[in-house]
Design a protein. Structure first.
Length: 71
């Protein structure tokens, strides 16, 4: 399952760091965080999607505490 969300990322460097860290989460098939368009795209297995999403957001908040997505 692949879903796109609107997000708030303060800089391109932070987006790249969050993307790299998020891709290491178990269950993530693909992850893209675009600073220019403020879009967050996550691809994960459908039955574990919410759990994976929550874990990726938690990891992203460690990189940038102000990170938010609109669910």
């Amino acid at each position: 399952m692949k879903k796109k969300f609107k997000c708030e990322v303060d800089c391109a460097n932070c987006a790249a760091k969050m993307e790299d860290a998020g891709k290491k989460v178990e269950g993530v098939l693909d992850l893209n965080i675009n600073f220019m368009t403020q879009k967050f795209t996550l691809e994960a297995e459908e039955d574990k999607f919410q759990q994976v999403l929550d874990e990726v957001v938690k990891i992203c908040k460690k990189v940038e505490p102000d990170f938010e997505i609109e669910v």
